[in-house]
Design a protein around this ligand. Structure first.
Ligand code: FHN
Length: 451
């Protein structure tokens, strides 16, 4: 594991200040991450792989987590779903062991999504899984206990956006057809969120991260995307006061605000923007990209279009090569089970990870930049070359100035022939690289520099 020293911390802060253009200056202004927070950032980067869970009462309608907005469902009618929510097959131990088997190191679970339903016991709204369902169990508590028992970190997704509450007013761009007629006070909504966050950060043990989402709902309002409107200053300070190592990430799709500890991307790796949600610059913060295993976040019956295990492995490797984590989503079924296909993918990814996790976890993006043929990751003097897409039996790496001591195929440990000159390195393979990832281990004389 990389150790983060005070020197690194100072450098990091210096970078953050000098590249201020990449970070909003407002929000938790003057934020100095604690030593524990800096350490947690390093652990987060080492973890590399997490599983996202989108689960709520919407799963019963089996049409994704946006069903309330998409079908303009009346908030009072929608709420009746909760009285039928009895996920009899929910078993936190089974979830956690299936997820752990994949090699993932953390779980990010929706504690409250845009529909406003809290999946945890809260004093600040009756609209929660304990008070408004016949199930009456705090699934977040059960998950937290199980994560602790099985040794996997737990992160909480928390929606800034709410399609139900009166005090989420003025409304944003979404959830306008849910029939709200009374208008409450925005400051009450901000206080409500902070009260719930306090519960989440005091009743569930160590929380690895708070993962915000939904600010973009007010993108069309003049001050809709400011830290002031969303009271981020107070909110972020509260979180860091309650658990200073807790990482704050916000999926607002713009450059990070001061006080955020990680930068989030959605459906695209940092620097790419095919889905139109990730045009923001890359900041010096640890990075994470989230993606769906099929096409939808919440359970959707008609979406059985699961990505192949090979695609998922390659996506994880590409993320690592871009120095980013992958947060891969699963939408549990209304009965509380993880879909069987998802469990199978987790198992198969885990088989690959049993052999190759060291070439991804605990590494950073490699000194040789991502290319069409694949990516590199590195740790110390070792460069891992991940050949993902190459028909040739040779590969040129434009990296010079560091003597290569030896090169081997990672799994077989067979030596790989190479030639090195002042332009770089030529690697020669005995066979055409195989799928999903032909991994080579290159040991250099000196420590590899950061890219
Ligand atoms: O609207 C949400 C969506 O439901 C899901 O939670 C994703 C996950 O990144 N984020 C939002 C869209 O940006």
């Amino acid at each position: 594991m990389y150790s983060i020293t005070m020197k690194t911390k100072k450098i990091l802060l210096g970078v953050v200040m000098t590249v201020g253009l990449l970070i909003h200056v407002s929000a938790q202004s003057g934020y100095m991450p604690s030593d524990e927070n800096i350490k947690a950032r390093g652990v987060f980067q080492d973890d590399k792989f997490g599983i996202f869970i989108h689960w709520g009462i919407y799963s019963m309608l089996a049409d994704g987590e946006w069903v309330m907005h998409n079908r303009n469902l009346n908030w009072e009618e929608y709420a009746k779903l909760s009285w039928g929510f009895y996920p009899a097959k929910f078993n936190a131990a089974e979830w956690v062991s299936a997820i752990k088997a994949s090699g993932a190191k953390y779980i990010t679970v929706t504690t409250r999504h845009h529909d406003g339903f809290s999946m945890f016991a809260t004093k600040y709204s009756d609209y929660n899984i304990v008070d408004a369902t016949p199930f009456r169990r705090d699934v977040i508590k059960e998950l937290a206990e199980e994560c602790k028992k099985q040794g996997i970190r737990l992160h909480f997704y928390y929606s800034h956006l709410d399609w139900r509450r009166d005090d989420y007013y003025p409304l944003g761009r979404t959830g306008n057809g849910t029939g709200r007629t009374t208008h409450g006070e925005w400051k009450d909504y901000c206080a409500f969120m902070n009260n719930q966050l306090t519960e989440l950060l005091t009743n569930y043990g160590t929380v690895g991260a708070i993962w915000f989402d939904g600010m973009w709902d007010k993108k069309n309002q003049p001050d809709g995307m400011t830290a002031k409107t969303w009271n981020l200053d107070e909110q972020y300070a509260l979180i860091h006061r309650l658990q200073s190592a807790c990482l704050i990430g916000n999926n607002h799709h713009i450059k990070p605000f001061a006080g955020e500890d990680i930068q989030l991307f959605e459906r695209d790796l940092p620097g790419e923007n095919t889905a139109g949600l990730s045009g923001q610059d890359i900041s010096p913060l640890p990075l994470e990209t989230c993606e769906t295993m099929n096409g939808m976040w919440g359970y959707k019956m008609t979406d059985q279009n699961y990505k192949s295990t090979e695609t998922l492995i390659q996506y994880l490797v590409k993320a690592a090569g871009k120095n980013a984590n992958l947060l891969m989503n699963i939408g549990p079924e209304p009965n509380g089970q993880l879909p069987a296909v998802a469990v199978q993918r987790l198992r198969e990814m885990g088989e690959w990870m049993k052999v190759y996790s060291r070439t991804v976890q605990g590494t950073r993006g490699g000194v040789v930049a991502p290319h069409d043929w694949g990516v590199t990751t590195q740790k110390g003097k070792i460069l891992y070359v991940h050949v993902l897409n190459l028909k040739d039996k040779a590969l040129f790496l434009p990296y010079a100035g560091n003597k290569l001591k030896h090169a081997v195929e990672y799994q077989s440990r067979k030596a790989v022939r190479f030639m090195q000159d002042k332009e770089g390195l030529l690697l020669k393979f005995s066979e055409t690289p195989s799928s999903p990832d032909y991994v080579l281990e290159l040991t250099f004389t000196n420590e590899l520099p950061e890219r």
